[in-house]
Design a protein around this ligand. Structure first.
Ligand code: FE2
Length: 340
C-alpha cells in the first residue's frame, strides 16, 4: 500500500456556546481566530502550517463533528477514497470546505466522521505584527503563556478498540503503536495509532455506551515540559480546574495535562515522547498496572476522565458509558498490586 495519510490537519467540534468556547481558546489556550463562516469559527495555533486546525461549530452538545487528515498526495486521496468504498463504506466528495476546497468525508464503521484532503491553504505571515523572524515559522510565537505550537492528536471512543484499530490500519494504513489490556480481564481498553513518527495522532478508548461516534479528547502540542507546567499554573491562577496531570504517559512517553473548555469537552496538552520511524513496528500490549496511562503510578485517574462526548444516553448505558468493573480497573489500575 502506498502511504496514504500524512498527519492530522484539523478537528471540527461542536459547542452549545460558540462565543464562550472561542473566548477560552483565544484567551486561555492561546489560539488565533482566523475566519467565521456560517456560524463556525476557525482557529489556529501559532505554529500550524495551514489556515486553521480547530473549527468550533454551533451544536446542542459538545461533540466531534469531524477529524481531518491531510493525505500524502492527490493520488493518495483518490486511493484512500477507493479503499474506503472497497471496505464497504460510502463517503461523499465535498468541493467547498473553507480554505481547503476538495475533500472526501466518510463516517467510519464506529460512527466517527473523518475528512481526508490534499488541497490546503498554507498560512505564512510574512509582514506585520504576526510575522516571525524564523523564515520557516508560519507566524510569531504566541504571547499567551503555554500556548501550543500546533494541533497534536485526537482520541475517540468506540465499543471495540481492537476492531477499530484493525480497520483503520488495514484500510488507511495507520500504524498500531501500542494497546492496553486490563490486568483483570482480557478487555482491550486503549490503543494508539499513527500516520507518522509520533506515537499517535489517533487514540482509541473503550466506550461501553450505546452512543456511536464519540470523542474522549483532542490534544495540542507545546514545545517543552516547562511550557506545559506554566500552562497548568496559569489556568489554575485564572480559575480553570486541571482535570488530570501534569504527569507522564507510559505509552508514548508524553507529558500530559487535561482540562476542559467551556462546552465541557476535554482538551489535552502534550509534549515530549518518542519518535518512532520503524515501518514494521510490533505493538506492545501494556497492562494499566505498568503505567500505560500514568507512568509514575502514584495517583489514580479521576472518574471524570471516563466521560466522552456527547454524553452517553439510553437507560441501559451507565452514566459515563463504561461498565462498573472496567471503570474501577481503569480508575485504580494499581489496586490489585500487593494483593499477592
Ligand atoms: Fe491524548
Amino acid at each position: 500500500m502506498i502511504k496514504l495519510l500524512s498527519h492530522l490537519s484539523y478537528v471540527a467540534i461542536t459547542s452549545p456556546d460558540v462565543e464562550a468556547s472561542v473566548d477560552f481558546y483565544t484567551k486561555q489556550v492561546g489560539l488565533l481566530e482566523v475566519d467565521r463562516v456560517g456560524g463556525a469559527v476557525y482557529l489556529r495555533c501559532w505554529g500550524d502550517y495551514y489556515a486553521y486546525s480547530v473549527v468550533v461549530v454551533p451544536g446542542d452538545e459538545p461533540s466531534l463533528q469531524t477529524m481531518a487528515w491531510r493525505t500524502s498526495s492527490r493520488e493518495a486521496l483518490d486511493e484512500a477514497a477507493r479503499r474506503i468504498e472497497e471496505a464497504g463504506v460510502q463517503g461523499e466528495w465535498l468541493d467547498d470546505v473553507p480554505h481547503i476546497g476538495r475533500a472526501y468525508r466518510f463516517t467510519g464503521p464506529w460512527g466517527h466522521s473523518m475528512t481526508l484532503h490534499w488541497d490546503v491553504s498554507k498560512h505564512h505571515d510574512t509582514e506585520g505584527e504576526a510575522a516571525s523572524s524564523y523564515p520557516d515559522r508560519p507566524s510569531r510565537r504566541s504571547k499567551v503563556a503555554g500556548a501550543p505550537r500546533q494541533l497534536d492528536h485526537v482520541t475517540i471512543a468506540t465499543s471495540d478498540v481492537d476492531a477499530f484499530a484493525r480497520w483503520y490500519n488495514e484500510v488507511l494504513g495507520f500504524r498500531i503503536m501500542a494497546r492496553t489490556v486490563l490486568d483483570e480481564a482480557p478487555i482491550s481498553v486503549f490503543s494508539v495509532l499513527t500516520t507518522n513518527e509520533k506515537s499517535h495522532d489517533l487514540g482509541v478508548v473503550l466506550d461501553g455506551s450505546t452512543r456511536a461516534g464519540r470523542v474522549n479528547h483532542y490534544a495540542f502540542w507545546v514545545d517543552t515540559r516547562e511550557e506545559l507546567l506554566i500552562a497548568a499554573d496559569i489556568l489554575g491562577e485564572n480559575g480553570y480546574p486541571i482535570e488530570y496531570g501534569p504527569s507522564i504517559h507510559g505509552i508514548g512517553e508524553q507529558n500530559f495535562l487535561y482540562y476542559r473548555e467551556p462546552s465541557s469537552l476535554r482538551i489535552e496538552l502534550n509534549t515530549g515522547g518518542y519518535r518512532n520511524y520503524v515501518p514494521d513496528w510490533e505493538p506492545n500490549t501494556w497492562k494499566p498496572s505498568q503505567g500505560s496511562n500514568n507512568m509514575y503510578r502514584n495517583s489514580v485517574m479521576p472518574m471524570s476522565m471516563t466521560e466522552s462526548f456527547p454524553p452517553a444516553d439510553g437507560p441501559s448505558a451507565t452514566e459515563e458509558g463504561v461498565p462498573d468493573e472496567i471503570r474501577e480497573a481503569l480508575l485504580n489500575p494499581y489496586a490489585h498490586q500487593g494483593q499477592g
